[in-house]
Design a protein around this ligand. Structure first.
Ligand SMILES: [Fe+2]
Length: 464
């Protein structure tokens, strides 16, 4: 690389955006199961225009783009569309980027000041028939399930919602939270909310965390919610000095707030653990007075700098089990390892979310490279301890593996894993289907996208 030119890794290779909105019938190799019917909807950052400050552009700051793989009768139709947020529309009108990366005021054009800068790029969830693109600092953004046409922000949420709500399969409720809530940016204010099975927002209540932090995800059991406040801290004071708004500050320690789902936020009990970071839990459940959370735990937060602005350390996550004993006087979280393989994007069968699970899947990195480039898919059977791994060719990388039940009444874990795989040698992507409990066999079918699908964050299967 030229010493004078720094190429931003988030604008090159398969992180680089695609700028076309397409509809493709995909050619299929192998056999897509006839009973697999619905869509894998995935989302990720895809800046509409060259960022204003390409050197400091952060992956998380790009406009959302949805990639839909619609499966019916063994055929796969691909459709991708931008999430046309107010930011996207304003920049589209002017034909160039106006907002600074992650809202940085120093690189924001005056034309954008005072306008909503949400990008809706992190997760895409369907609840009560409403498809919503989500990020962390804005309300859900509604899209049409089939055409992927943008509909606008869901104002009934009355504020920001993070990208990781949980849908309780027994009640149909969606429980969710927000952080950085309040008048001032980067505050310790948080919200807890509930949307009823019919899509009506029935609760939104605010509370204060021990400190301001990036709370990417949370945990939910049948009767409890758990809010992890880990030391990837947010600080307006630091940002005003030109230092990172979010940074790794392990001295602050790690807290998890626990409350009953039906209780007032004033009852939150803060448990604690040594400093660590978790982007994503696998799943959580409860037995008597004990709550169990299986989470992908990092020793240090990856992808973010230290408080003095120096680069953060590379890190990888592994699955651990956290136990919270509500009957104990101790507020310490018990932690035990579940696995010894680096991974991210852990998922369960959605029919056991909030309930005890047996099976888990995740994108894995057997090479130990400690990057977000995950080139394997792993299945873990927690009843037998048996793990299966399918490793892709060198340079290839997989998205989050998403489970689809074989039928509504199939046993937990009986079904397929769907994922989008980047083929580096061809600079192109495949939609891949695996047998959920025979991952090591490799895909039973792939549908070939004629171009690449950029690396993204999350996806979900929607039955149709
Ligand atoms: Fe996430």
């Amino acid at each position: 690389m030229d010493g004078n030119v720094r190429i931003n890794p988030y604008l090159s290779g398969n992180f680089a955006p695609v700028r076309s909105e397409d509809d493709f019938e995909l050619s299929v190799v192998g056999e897509i199961p006839a009973d697999l019917r619905g869509a894998l909807l995935r989302i990720g950052p895809n800046p509409q225009f060259e960022p204003r400050d390409p050197e400091h552009h952060h992956w998380f700051g790009g406009d959302g783009m949805v990639h839909g793989f619609y499966v019916e009768d063994g055929k796969v139709h691909y459709r991708n569309r931008y999430v046309r947020t107010p930011k996207w529309e304003l920049e589209h009108e002017h034909g160039r980027a106006l907002f600074g990366s992650m809202g940085d005021p120093r690189t924001t054009d005056p034309l954008a000041v005072g306008n909503e800068g949400g990008v809706a790029n992190t997760n895409i969830v369907c609840h009560a028939g409403r498809l919503m693109a989500l990020e962390e600092a804005h309300p859900p953004f509604v899209m049409d399930l089939k055409s992927l046409e943008s509909k606008g922000y869901a104002r009934d949420y009355q504020g920001r919602v993070t990208a990781h709500p949980k849908i309780d399969p027994t009640t149909g409720e969606m429980v969710w939270f927000a952080y950085g809530v309040g008048e001032m940016p980067l505050s310790a204010g948080m919200s807890y909310g509930v949307t009823a099975a019919d899509g009506t927002v029935v609760r939104r209540q605010e509370f204060q965390a021990p400190f301001a932090s990036m709370v990417h995800d949370f945990m939910t059991t049948q009767n409890h919610v758990l809010f992890p406040v880990l030391p990837l801290t947010g600080s307006l004071e630091r940002a005003m000095k030109g230092l990172p708004p979010f940074a790794w500050e392990p001295d602050k320690g790690a807290y998890v707030g626990v409350m009953r789902r039906d209780a007032d936020v004033s009852t939150i009990r803060w448990f604690n653990a040594p400093a660590c970071y978790v982007f994503h839990p696998l799943n959580s459940w409860e037995e008597g007075d004990k709550l169990f959370c299986d989470v992908m735990r990092y020793d240090v937060a990856p992808l973010f700098p230290k408080a003095d602005g120096s680069p953060g350390d590379k890190a990888a996550a592994r699955l651990v089990r956290w136990t919270f004993d509500l009957a104990s006087n101790s507020d310490a979280i018990k932690e035990e390892p579940l696995d010894d393989l680096d991974g991210e994007f852990p998922r369960v069968d959605p029919r056991v979310e909030t309930l005890k699970h047996r099976h888990g899947w995740y994108a894995a990195d057997p090479s130990g490279s400690k990057t977000v480039r995950l080139n394997s898919i792993a299945h873990l059977d927690l009843a037998t301890g048996k793990r299966q791994v399918f490793e892709l060719d060198a340079g290839d990388a997989t998205s989050e593996p998403v489970f689809v039940p074989r039928s509504a009444d199939a046993a937990e874990g009986d079904g397929w894993i769907t994922a989008v795989i980047y083929r580096a040698g061809e600079d192109r992507s495949d939609f891949a289907v695996f047998e959920g409990q025979d991952i090591a066999r490799g895909p039973i079918a792939v549908a070939k996208v004629p171009r690449r699908v950029p690396f993204g964050f999350h996806g979900n299967w929607v039955g149709m």
